[in-house]
Design a protein around this ligand. Structure first.
Ligand SMILES: [Zn+2]
Length: 92
């Protein structure tokens, strides 16, 4: 299975939003908190049980919303549901 890391950039101002360890290939629909490499402060949310514990994913520069918190698979996988068209990714 291909794996690697991606950088996700704001689609509006092109600022780096996060770096992500990706498993598999295909469209990026969800970003799991456990797989976020940077910024490090996301680590504190990787065991969140409620989506209300997780801040929305916004561009650090222009504040455009890029992802919405969710808990995937009945409480096990805190994640961001990525907003289509709000970001772009590059392999890094
Ligand atoms: Zn931005």
């Amino acid at each position: 299975m291909p794996s690697g890391s991606f950088s996700i950039f704001c689609g509006q101002c092109k600022e780096l939003v996060l770096r992500y360890r990706k498993e598999g290939s295909g469209a990026l629909i969800r970003v799991y908190l456990k797989q976020v490499l940077e910024p490090k402060y996301f680590k504190q949310y990787q065991y969140a049980k409620l989506k209300s514990e997780i801040p929305c994913l916004d561009c650090p520069q222009c504040q455009q919303r890029v992802g919405i918190p969710m808990i995937y698979e009945s409480g096990n996988r805190p994640a961001y549901r990525m907003i289509k068209g709000s970001f772009f990714k590059k392999e890094s």
